[in-house]
Design a protein. Structure first.
Lengths: 115, 116
């Protein structure tokens, strides 16, 4: 049973560029959340997707956008990259029916470096 | 605002000794609390959760956590530490959001170092 998979694992961009990160949820899961983990900090909630719609959003600017596909996979897009966007981006999947009690399953993350 | 706090940036313990990683929470209503572990350059792995029921929760790799409502704490414990337990540990609280959905709010993390 494949867990949460993310790609790419590492990437380097320059300021002003755009990046797309991808995530495939754990088999059977229908909800995908994205988190940003800056160096030395805990993960911060970016947004959550269910039924191909953004359901909730954290305190992140509109430069951060996403998408969920019919097969539940998801993309995170960041436009006009800033140095401060350098971080580990984590995707987590879950079941909407287990929102109250189910744990989130995390991928290994995509390490973004902005130069 | 609902949050968790991890007061220790780092905990050092000798192998074979018991370990405790502290977490306190601030939530309205009943808390849903979690512990995750992160190894270097890896994602987060679920250890255990408290939803309701027994205050002592058992999880993966021999870890357990004690929920204490009066002290608003959810400390992670293990009776006998291993060098391989050395990692970054995060406490988190699940928030059920208005309009549907949910999110985890994480603490700042505690680096556990187990030495021979």
């Amino acid at each position: 049973d494949a867990g949460v998979t993310q790609s790419p694992t590492h990437l380097i961009k320059t300021r002003g560029q755009q990046v797309t990160l991808r995530c495939s949820p754990k088999s059977g899961h229908d909800t995908v959340s994205w988190y940003q983990q800056a160096l030395g900090q805990g993960p911060q909630f970016i947004f959550q997707y269910y039924e191909e719609e953004e359901r909730q959003r954290g305190n992140f600017p509109d430069r951060f956008s996403g998408h969920q596909f019919p097969n539940y996979s998801s993309e995170l897009n960041v436009n006009a990259l800033l140095l401060g966007d350098s971080a580990l981006y984590l995707c987590a999947s879950s079941l909407v029916s287990a929102a109250n009690t189910g744990e989130l399953f995390f991928g290994e993350g995509s390490r973004l470096t902005v130069l | 605002a609902q949050s968790v706090a991890q007061p220790e940036d780092q905990v050092n313990v000798a192998e074979g000794n018991p370990l405790t990683v502290k977490c306190t929470y601030s939530v309205s209503g009943n808390p849903y609390l979690f512990w995750y572990v992160q190894y270097p350059n890896r994602g987060l792995q679920f250890l255990l959760k408290y939803i309701t029921g027994d205050n002592l929760v058992k999880g993966s790799y021999g870890f357990e956590a004690e929920f204490n409502k009066s002290q608003t704490s959810f400390h992670l414990k293990k009776p006998s530490a291993l060098v391989s337990d050395s990692a970054l540990y995060f406490c988190a609280v699940r928030l059920i959001l208005t309009g549907g959905g949910n999110k985890l709010t994480f603490g700042t993390g505690t680096q556990l170092k187990v030495e021979l």
